[in-house]
Design a protein. Structure first.
Length: 257
C-alpha cells in the first residue's frame, strides 16, 4: 500500500498546481467557464502529466503539516504562472480603454465577462479579438506545455520565492502599460494633433462652439483610424500573445532556482 499512497500524494500535488493555474490563467479563469468544467479539465491534465513527469517521492510520513506546506507551495506556483499570463490581456484591454476615451466613448461601457470589469465597447471588441487570436496561435497548448515542463524544472515541493521571480512579475506588470502604448500609439498621436488644432481654432474663433463640433469629428476620425489600422493592431496583438510562451518559460526557469 505504501507505493500507492506515495503515488496518490504525488498525483494530488500535481492536481493542486494544475487547478491553481487553470483558475488563474486567462480564458480558463473566466466565469463563463463553469467550475465543474475546469475541475474536469484539471483532472484530465493531471492524469496525463502524472505519467510524463520524472519520478518524485514525497515523505508522507513527515506529518500533515509538511504535506500542507507542500500543497500551498504547489498552489502558489500554479497561481503565479497563471496570473503572469494575464498581463498581456490586461494590456490589450487597457489600450482599448484609452482608445475609447480619446474617441469619447466613456459612457458606452459594458461588463466584460472575461475580466469582470466594466469597459467600453472597444474594450469588448479587442478582448474578443485577443481571445480568437490566442486560440488561433494555439495559446492554450502553450499553457499546457508550459505546465508540463514546470514539473521538470520545479520539482514538487521545491518552489521558493526569490528576487528573480519578483523582478519578472514587476516587469510583466509594467509591460501592461508598454503593450497598451504600442497598440494605441497611432490613435494617441492623431488625437493629440486634433486637440492642438481644436485649441488653435478656439483661439482664432472664440464664438465657435468647439465642443459640439469636435465630438463627431473624434468619432469619425477614430473609426476611420480603426478601420485603416486594424491589420496593424491585430498584428501587434498577435505578436504580444506569442511572447507569452517565452515569458512563461522564463518565469518557470527563475522559479526553479
Amino acid at each position: 500500500m505504501e507505493p500507492l499512497i506515495g503515488k496518490f500524494i504525488v498525483g494530488l500535488m500535481i492536481f493542486i498546481r494544475v487547478t491553481a493555474l487553470l483558475f488563474s490563467a486567462p480564458l480558463f479563469s473566466s466565469t463563463s467557464v463553469p467550475a465543474t468544467i475546469r475541475l474536469l479539465l484539471a483532472l484530465t491534465i493531471t492524469y496525463i502529466i502524472f505519467f510524463t513527469v520524472p519520478a518524485q517521492n514525497i515523505d508522507y510520513n513527515s506529518g500533515f503539516g509538511v504535506l500542507m506546506m507542500i500543497g500551498m507551495k504547489e498552489a502558489l506556483s500554479g497561481f503565479i504562472m497563471g496570473f503572469s499570463l494575464n498581463f498581456v490581456f490586461f494590456g490589450i484591454s487597457f489600450a482599448a480603454m484609452l482608445m475609447g476615451m480619446d474617441m469619447g466613448l466613456n459612457m458606452a461601457t459594458m461588463l466584460d465577462p472575461t475580466t469582470e470589469i466594466e469597459n467600453n465597447v472597444l474594450g469588448q471588441l479587442f478582448s474578443i479579438a485577443a481571445i480568437v487570436l490566442f486560440f488561433a496561435i494555439n495559446g492554450h497548448h502553450h499553457i499546457i506545455r508550459g505546465l508540463a515542463v514546470s514539473f521538470k524544472i520545479i520539482p514538487i515541493g521545491h518552489f521558493s520565492i526569490n528576487e528573480s521571480v519578483f523582478q519578472l512579475l514587476v516587469k510583466g506588470s509594467a509591460g501592461i502599460f508598454i503593450a497598451a502604448v504600442k497598440i494605441v500609439a497611432p490613435l494617441m498621436v492623431a488625437f493629440f494633433l486634433l486637440n492642438i488644432a481644436t485649441g488653435i481654432i478656439s483661439r482664432i474663433i472664440p464664438q465657435m462652439q468647439v465642443f459640439f463640433v469636435i465630438q463627431p469629428v473624434q468619432l469619425m476620425l477614430g473609426f476611420a483610424l480603426l478601420a485603416a489600422g486594424m491589420p496593424l493592431f491585430l498584428y501587434i496583438i498577435k505578436y504580444l500573445l506569442e511572447q507569452t510562451e517565452n515569458n512563461l518559460y522564463n518565469l518557470i526557469t527563475v522559479m526553479g532556482y
